[in-house]
Design a binder for this molecule. Structure first.
Ligand SMILES: Cc1ncc(COP(=O)(O)O)c(C=O)c1O
Length: 386
């Protein structure tokens, strides 16, 4: 079955035998499920934290999108990441992570895992395979990647790193939030687990916070499922319905996001007030060829450096009208933000600047509005900064 078909149908087949034939899965709000016999839960359901039919419909669809055997839906991307970390790591373990990650992931590693569980994390430039290999230690139990990274849009070679990790028997987790499974399938490239903030492209309408984990290793799935139930980080039935609905248009939306992002990136690249544009779909992106090889598209996220500094960036951000000045990404509406002051404010300034996350960097989540309106909004904002 092709991606678009799975996105519409998987997990939501009408039940003509036992149900009423709903074409859309019902939102099962019940927190508990009645049974006839003490030790026989009805159709396997007992309590909604443990299992809920609406959430399970979504989990089936999530798995199908990443060509995985199993999917799990969490209360947020960070809930998914925390559950994964607690499941895969123990005191004294070491994590090797890409040095340009979502700020909240770094916060989880540095402020929770390290101080509370004595899990040490090394950040390496995963674009450099030799350095990545050298950073592996005898106690490395996890390699954590994003590609493209948030917000600098760096690309790492997932298959090559997965191969290095396989030799050392270390699981690779890829945060696939930015490209979504429509454009990139990390499990096919050798990753063990894929994680998403479903808040972003999977849901796609900026009206639900959620997370997802997809994988094919059955033992690890069972541990994660046990831990998710034990720790409670589940997605609500209503949010499960919203994400199920959002995913139906994922392919259509991603194509439009990419089309607009490519046009906007080209416009910015030619603009005299822009120093640099980070978008893997541009030929000028240092890993354009790798991006073309490991993904089927480049998505709707880009970042750029405005000429000047913090003042110019702030003035630009406060001058746009159509783009909402807001954190998050992946919705149909265009968003714009300042990573250093907003999404990545929890990353210490010297670490931000070492990696190129400067005060003049602006991140854009390009929506699916008409591109002419988006460019006109930027034109107006550039004129305002003088
Ligand atoms: C790449 C990436 N991963 C994970 C997260 C965390 O997801 P959530 O906000 O749903 O907890 C985000 C949030 O912005 C993100 O951008």
């Amino acid at each position: 079955m092709e991606f678009e078909t799975k996105a519409v149908h998987m997990g939501e087949e009408p039940d003509l035998e036992r149900g009423s034939g709903d074409v859309v899965v019902p939102i099962h709000l019940s927190s508990t499920f009645a049974r006839k016999k003490v030790n026989e839960p009805t159709q396997g359901y007992e309590y909604s934290r443990t299992g809920n039919p609406t959430r399970e419909a979504l989990e089936k669809r999530l798995a199908a999108l990443e060509d995985a055997s199993f999917g799990l839906a969490f209360a947020s991307g960070m809930a998914a990441e925390s559950t994964l970390a607690i499941t895969l790591l123990h005191t004294g373990d070491h994590v090797l992570a890409f040095d340009d990650l979502y700020g909240g992931t770094r916060r989880l590693f540095n402020r929770i895992l390290d101080p509370h569980f004595k899990v040490e994390v090394t950040y390496a430039d995963a674009r450099d395979l030799r350095r990545t290999k050298e950073a592996i230690r005898s106690n490395t139990r996890l390699i954590w990647l994003e590609s493209p990274t948030n917000p600098l849009m760096k690309i790492c070679d997932i298959a090559a790193i997965a191969e290095i990790a396989r030799e050392a028997n270390i699981p690779v987790v890829v945060d696939n939030t930015f490209l979504s499974p429509y454009f990139q399938k990390p499990l096919r490239l050798g990753a063990k687990v894929v994680v998403h903030s479903s808040t972003k492209y999977l849901n796609g309408h900026s009206d639900s916070v959620g997370g997802a984990v997809m994988l094919s290793d059955e033992d690890l799935y069972r541990q994660l499922k046990f831990n998710q139930n034990a720790m409670g980080a589940i997605l609500s039935p209503f949010d499960s319905f919203l994400v199920l609905r959002g995913i139906k248009t994922l392919a259509v939306r991603m194509r439009e996001h990419e089309r607009n992002a490519l046009r906007l990136a080209g416009y910015l690249e030619g603009h005299p007030k822009v120093r640099k544009v980070n978008y893997p779909g541009l030929k000028s992106h240092p890993q354009h060829a790798l991006a073309n090889r490991q993904a089927t598209g480049h998505g709707g996220m880009l970042s750029f450096e405005i000429k000047g500094g913090l003042e110019e960036a702030k003035r630009f951000l406060e001058s746009v009208r159509l783009f909402a000045l807001a954190e998050s990404l992946g919705g149909v509406e265009s968003l714009i933000e300042h990573p250093a002051l907003m999404t990545h404010a929890s990353v210490p300034k010297e670490i931000r600047e070492q990696g190129g996350l400067t005060d003049s960097l602006i991140r854009v989540s390009v929506g699916i509005e008409h591109i002419d309106d988006l460019i006109a909004d930027f034109d107006r904002a550039f004129q305002k900064i003088g």
